[in-house]
Write a protein that binds this ligand. Structure first.
Ligand code: ADP
Length: 335
């Protein structure tokens, strides 16, 4: 039997017994017949009374005291909870403030990048035109050696201009200031156009590009043609850049009732598994890519993702190190 039940029985039985003894005591005390036995009865009943009273006290103490302890414990738990809740509110406020601070710093940083990039663009363009002029012979004939050095300077300057432009585009994409002009377009036409430019780069590296025609004609999609051109260009140029000589690139397009999907598969260096989660982050470049291609801003995929998502599409990839990478992106048919 449970302890509480036992105590209950003792308590409830002892109470009527106590009453019974008390009544008997008074009955005997008032009877003349037992008057001479009164002291013995008084003693017996007093002992019985003390025993029963003791039992009652024991039962009550066992039953009630734990309740007091329980109440006490609950009160303490409640107080602890209140303290905890206050602490949580304080931490929440601190986090909100820290978040605000981070946003402020981020805005300052974005502003700094934007101003710096704008300021850099003007002198870089001036350098470009000056070298262009010298190379064009406006300042007199050049020796082969002079021409070679100037060409190197010109190419480096061009890379700087591309980097600065990428920084400005990434900044615009991040702060949602990129302007979009949507119009219906046949993606295959745009793809042909981009492929024409990228093929020159691929040929130089002896990388073959194969384009599989879609099994059914693709519907037109409503997109910003210039932005989607940048997406295709970035993905195809990356495929060429990160595929060693003799490699192959396959381009496929397909359609579902909801969207069209473009897949660009290469047999290149692949993306290390532990770095795959960072691939769309600003300025991120995997070490294996840096090793074979020192040039690169790590901004292309960040911009690409932003553009695809702005169109309501998705972008993802599958990659295995040393085997190759496939980038996929979709563009919805209803926007
Ligand atoms: P960039 O090419 O200038 O480094 P991107 O943003 O276009 O910048 O690409 C970011 C990184 O993603 C690359 O540096 C490279 O590590 C990885 N990457 C992109 N495309 C591929 C690819 N086809 N194969 C292997 N790695 C790739």
């Amino acid at each position: 039997m449970e302890k509480n039940k036992k105590l209950g029985i003792i308590f409830y039985l002892s109470f009527p017994l106590l009453m019974f003894f008390l009544f008997s005591l008074f009955a005997l005390a008032s009877s003349e017949r037992t008057y001479d036995l009164f002291p013995q009865y008084t003693l017996i009943f007093s002992i019985a009374f003390i025993v029963l009273f003791g039992l009652q006290f024991f039962a009550l103490r066992e039953k009630i005291m734990p309740r007091f302890t329980e109440v006490d414990t609950l009160q303490k738990a409640l107080q602890n909870q209140e303290v905890g809740a206050k602490m949580l509110i304080r931490k929440d406020l601190e986090l909100v403030r820290a978040n605000e601070k981070l946003r402020e710093l981020d805005a300052i940083k974005s502003n700094f990048i934007s101003v710096a990039a704008h300021q850099l663009r003007t002198p870089l363009t001036a350098i470009k035109w000056t070298i262009d002029m010298i190379l064009g012979g406006s300042l007199g004939p050049l020796t082969t050696e002079q021409r070679g050095f100037l060409m190197k300077g010109y190419e480096s300057n061009e890379r700087m201009i591309i980097l600065v432009n990428d920084m400005l585009v990434a900044d615009r994409a991040e702060s949602d200031r990129m302007q979009y002009q949507f119009a219906p377009l046949q993606i295959v036409d745009l793809m042909d156009n981009v492929l024409y430019e990228v093929t020159t780069l691929a040929n130089k590296k002896n990388v073959a590009i194969e384009v599989a025609p879609p099994s059914t004609p693709l519907p037109r999609v409503t997109v910003d043609a210039e932005k989607i051109r940048a997406v295709l260009q970035n993905l195809l140029e990356n495929a060429v850049k990160y595929t060693p000589e003799g490699g192959k690139i396959n381009v496929t397009t397909s359609a579902t009732p909801e969207s069209i999907r473009i897949a660009i598969k290469d047999t290149g260096i692949g993306i290390p598994e532990e770095q795959q989660k960072n691939i769309f982050s600003r300025f991120f470049r995997a070490p294996n890519a840096i090793k074979i291609q020192t040039d690169g801003s790590g901004l292309g995929l960040f911009i690409t993702k932003s553009i695809v998502e702005k169109h309501g599409g998705k972008i993802w990839f599958e990659s295995s190190l040393g085997q190759g990478t496939t980038f996929y992106f979709t563009l919805p048919l209803t926007n």
